[in-house]
Ligand binder design. Structure first.
Ligand code: HEC
Ligand code: HEC
Ligand code: HEC
Ligand code: HEC
Ligand code: HEC
Length: 369
């Protein structure tokens, strides 16, 4: 009797523990959700591990959690389907990212995202609460057929419905000095802003091969790495000519800062063409630099913002150029970014990684006078 009672207690504690969650592999979704799988496979969610993302690896390689503690706490958001996630998150335990562990390389898997039941808000970072039922997925389709492979729960999940299933991982991340290293949503101010409508717009192609639908939600997750062209409509660029100068206005209609990760730098490049001569005007940069004692520092060591010129949520930024525009001039404006601040590239050993050194063009516009 006592044994059964203890066994029960043990089982309950195991079930209540996040560690026992096992997830279907994303590969298993491919046969039916072919197009969604293909988009997802190329996204940063499928590639969030140190083995697949050289920028993440560069920071992880230098991180005290790695060098001192051998504990991949990043797994909470970067490899949440890991079979040893509990070790990654329990103080004193050791668990490193493993190239040969399939559950690590699943990164942010299909089944993981579709099993987020609710989100607990915390100061350091939020936590996703997962369902215990395997192969039962939350979705938002009002009309769907049954799936021969899994159960579908189309109602009853507030976060899926309001498009905020993302904030368990994307809201904010505070370091041990109390600095928000990366924050989309520190005070939960984005509660009503729908991440999904901007980052997962409806695109052509069927949801599955078993039932023809015209559209599906884009699973390539448009962002700073890929498919930024899908987001240009949320940032307007205009020009205002004055007597001896002109102004470029950048109207960010996004509910968060233009770029979020502190490694990023946005750059505005402006040139004027007059009679086939091109004059390149001074570049304007938008950046949030974090640091300590007045100097830039790595995310784990930073204590404060030492500079923040990043274009904020819903901000209209005006940049003035002391340059007189004449009739016949053409002004070319380019807004883009470096994923890694060129000043940090060398320190991170990323000189030979194209993804870290190339300039990504977001928006290009020409104005004729
Ligand atoms: C609370 C969730 C969370 C945790 C924990 C977390 N990250 Fe991240 N990380 C994110 C999110 C979300 C992004 C995407 C942010 C963006 O693009 O603005 C990201 C992006 C990054 C990037 C940029 C990657 C790129 O390709 O540009 C680096 C570097 C990074 N994380 C390093 C780490 C390291 C190292 C750890 C562990 C010490 C860690 N993160 C822990 C959520 C997290
Ligand atoms: C044998 C085919 C098959 C496989 C394999 C499959 N699905 Fe599905 N799934 C379907 C069908 C059919 C639908 C309903 C689509 C419709 O009505 O248009 C569906 C719908 C869904 C929905 C939408 C629910 C909603 O209401 O919005 C989600 C989420 C989903 N599947 C996730 C997954 C995940 C995750 C995997 C892999 C772990 C997977 N599916 C594998 C056939 C499959
Ligand atoms: C389990 C945690 C988790 C959840 C849930 C999650 N993300 Fe992410 N997301 C990440 C991490 C970690 C990265 C960064 C991966 C990297 O760069 O290595 C990321 C990257 C991204 C990027 C790419 C950013 C870039 O720099 O290109 C976009 C866009 C994005 N997520 C949007 C979303 C949206 C929209 C949702 C909700 C539907 C969502 N994410 C849900 C963890 C998560
Ligand atoms: C009104 C549209 C809109 C909404 C709503 C929105 N975003 Fe964005 N997001 C953008 C735009 C525009 C960019 C900048 C262009 C780009 O990165 O391609 C961006 C960039 C990002 C990036 C990449 C930033 C970086 O530094 O790498 C992430 C991650 C992201 N958004 C996540 C989210 C999450 C999570 C939510 C919901 C809390 C959300 N977004 C809500 C439009 C939106
Ligand atoms: C980062 C979280 C995230 C990941 C990873 C993810 N999904 Fe989704 N998925 C969503 C959200 C959010 C929606 C709801 C979109 C909407 O309401 O417009 C969705 C919608 C769907 C739908 C419903 C049909 C549609 O297009 O609206 C299917 C089916 C689906 N996902 C399957 C998958 C499969 C298969 C994978 C992996 C290949 C996957 N998802 C990976 C968040 C995710």
């Amino acid at each position: 009797m006592k044994f059964i009672f203890l066994l029960l207690l043990f089982l309950i504690s195991v079930i209540a523990n996040d560690a026992v969650h096992t997830y279907a592999k994303s590969e298993e979704c491919k046969a039916c959700h072919t197009q969604i799988y293909k988009e997802y496979y190329g996204s940063m969610h499928a590639n969030a591990t140190p083995q697949k993302d050289p920028i993440h690896k560069a920071v992880w390689d230098r991180h005290p959690k790695n060098l001192k503690f051998e504990q991949y706490s990043c797994g909470k958001c970067h490899t949440p389907a890991a079979d040893d996630l509990d070790k990654m998150l329990t103080k004193g335990q050791k668990a490193l990212p493993d190239a040969t562990n399939e559950t690590h390389q699943e990164a942010i898997s299909c089944a993981y995202c579709h099993r987020i039941k609710s989100i607990e808000l915390h100061k350091i970072s939020n936590t996703n609460i997962m369902t215990n039922t395997e192969k039962n997925y939350f979705g938002t389709m009002l009309e769907h057929i049954e799936s021969p492979f899994h159960g579908i729960v189309s109602d009853g999940n507030e976060h899926m419905k309001n498009g905020n299933v993302c904030i368990g991982c994307h809201s904010h991340k505070m370091n041990k000095h109390g600095l928000n290293v990366c924050s989309t949503n520190i005070d939960n101010e984005l509660n009503a802003a729908n991440c999904v409508s901007c980052h997962m717009p409806k695109v052509d192609g069927s949801v599955s091969l078993l039932h023809e639908t015209k559209k599906h939600a884009f699973h390539g997750f448009a962002g700073a790495h890929f498919h930024s062209e899908m987001l240009t409509k949320y940032v307007d660029i205009s020009i205002l000519r004055e007597i001896n100068s002109f102004k470029i206005n950048i109207d960010n209609q996004t509910s968060h800062a233009l770029l979020l990760h502190p490694l990023r730098v946005a750059v505005l490049k402006v040139s004027v063409t007059r009679d086939a001569n091109v004059t390149q005007l001074k570049n304007e940069t938008f950046v949030r630099v974090i640091g300590a004692d007045g100097k830039p520092a790595m995310p784990w060591a930073a204590k404060t913002d030492i500079k923040n010129t990043m274009i904020k949520a819903n901000e209209k930024r005006v940049v003035k150029y002391d340059f007189k525009i004449l009739k016949g001039d053409k002004v070319d404006v380019v807004l883009g970014w470096f994923l890694v601040n060129p000043k940090a590239v060398k320190k991170l050993g990323l000189e030979n990684e194209k993804v870290a050194t190339e300039f990504n063009i977001f928006k290009k516009q020409s104005f004729n006078f």
